[in-house]
Design a protein around this ligand. Structure first.
Ligand code: SF4
Length: 473
């Protein structure tokens, strides 16, 4: 694999235009500053004395909450949290997190699809880990293995931390893969997959990188033939000030240089308290027509993207217990996201991460909450679907019925219908369904294993891909 990368003249001309200011996120990193009373005066009550004693007591033990997921919060998010319990729960560590540590270190067996370190190749799309942290850390994070820098067992038996993507290796992989696809009439000769044409910059949060680094990725991907780039970020919630003039000037220069490449911001708001302005009583502030006011910095960040027209903004979020398992909150969030011009993309059932039982809402309850939240929304406001990421690929929780299906044994309490939305290995399976008898306590697919009624999607007859070279060049 290539070790060096030399930008083209066109690329370099774009990179030369990029400015890199310093940002003042005022991050509190770790529990230690709270435990040692080293946080600014106004942050001292963020954890109660009792919480600090409990969390401190777990330090160094198997149940150490920071071994599972490091604690991190920005000043901006702390200010929002002062007026919101759900926002506090999002970033505050709790001793309950490590009571049951069941779960997977590599949810979705992601590494099965990693032909090059830092890249997951999923059919037409690649997801890249470009950084291993975010401005703040969500306690339920489904990348906790990356952020906590855990050692992951790979399918070949080796054990190592997940590595980050590097421009020379990734761009060479894309070029080689796509050259083979082109030479073979549109499908890769070994895996049968089509062109790798879309990349999601992920991590961690790419927006913690400076403008020059983000620009370096955008240009290198554009030069290697990628048609569409997504940036997966929660920075609009954690530190919206990052979306400043220099960032947008960089994107403008990129668009001027590579106008053919699509750009999408995949944002992550879980709750309207992350972007709506509240008064001192904790009530949302509305104008005389009942229109909600946004937190000014967040509104500016959103507007900066949407006013450009060629950037789309899509929101996606898991439904997490005691954070946003709340019909009214989700309804308001969907309305507001659409009102300002962004899209509601996916809701997710929590993944089977380590300690998932502390965070996940049962699958059928999550469906009910999402469904109820969409009652009273207009057609354009309720585009979001509920997805659960099966090892086999992204799967929609398409329907949950209350009534039995006459004549179908096992359906006496109703059924859940899953539909395969994508399969990283084979696009032809998309659209297939699986029907299981209901289990209101089910948090993960395992909990339905004894009640499968119909499974053309193969969700319960699944073996891991044995060939990470599904993507082999
Ligand atoms: S923003 Fe995403 S990657 Fe970062 S901590 Fe939260 S869930 Fe994890």
């Amino acid at each position: 694999m290539a070790k060096d990368y030399t930008p083209t003249a066109k690329e370099q001309a774009f990179l030369d235009r990029v400015e890199d200011p310093k940002y003042m996120r005022e991050i509190i990193n770790g529990l230690a500053p709270f435990l040692g009373d080293k946080v600014p005066e106004d942050m001292r009550d963020f954890y109660s004395q009792q919480e600090l004693v409990q969390l401190g007591g777990l330090k160094g033990s198997e149940r150490d909450v920071e071994k599972r997921m490091p604690v991190k919060v920005t000043r901006h998010f702390f200010e929002l949290a002062k007026k919101s319990k759900p926002i506090q729960r999002l970033v505050k560590a709790s001793p309950d997190e490590t009571v049951d540590l069941a779960g997977s270190e590599d949810p979705g067996n992601q590494m099965d699809y990693s032909p090059v370190e830092g890249l997951l190749h999923k059919y037409e799309m690649g997801l890249m880990y470009v950084v291993s942290t975010c401005s703040a850390h969500c306690r339920f994070c489904y990348r906790e293995e990356l952020i906590a820098r855990k050692e992951i067992a790979r399918q070949d038996g080796t054990v190592a931390k997940k590595g980050l993507a590097k421009i020379p290796e990734i761009t060479q992989y894309i070029r080689d893969f796509n050259a083979k696809v082109a030479a073979n009439g549109g499908r890769h000769p070994e895996s049968g997959r089509e062109k790798l044409r879309e990349i999601l910059l992920s991590g961690g949060d790419p927006m913690v990188l400076n403008n020059a680094k983000i620009a370096g990725w955008l240009a290198a991907l554009a030069e290697s033939g990628i048609e569409s780039i997504r940036i997966g970020t929660k920075e609009m919630a954690f530190y919206p000030q990052r979306f400043d003039e220099t960032f947008f000037a960089m994107l403008d220069a990129f668009h001027e240089t590579y106008p053919e490449v699509g750009l999408h911001m995949m944002v992550h708001f879980e709750h309207p308290d992350e972007f709506l302005l509240k008064d001192d009583n904790g009530d949302y502030i509305q104008d005389e027509n009942g229109i909600h006011k946004w937190v000014p910095e967040t509104e500016a960040a959103m507007r900066g993207c949407l006013d450009r027209g060629w950037i789309t903004v899509e929101n996606q979020t898991p439904i997490i217990r005691d954070i946003n398992d709340d019909v009214e909150a989700l309804r308001l969030m969907q309305r507001e996201i659409k009102r300002v011009g962004a899209e509601n993309h996916y809701f997710f059932c929590g993944r089977d991460i380590v300690a998932y039982k502390a965070f996940n809402v049962p699958i059928e309850k999550a469906w009910q909450i999402m469904n109820d939240s969409q009652k009273g929304l207009s057609g354009v406001e309720k585009h979001a679907r509920l997805s659960i990421t099966h090892y086999k690929g992204k799967t929609e929780v398409a329907a949950v019925t209350d009534k039995p299906i006459p004549g179908l044994p096992g359906a006496e309490n109703g059924v859940v219908i899953f539909k395969l939305l994508r399969n990283p290995a084979d696009a032809q399976e998309v659209g297939r369904v699986c029907i299981v008898g209901r289990n209101p306590d089910a948090l993960w697919f395992d909990d339905y294993a004894d009640r499968v009624l119909f499974d053309e999607a193969g969700l319960f007859d699944y073996s891991r891909v044995t060939n990470p070279s599904l993507a082999a060049t």
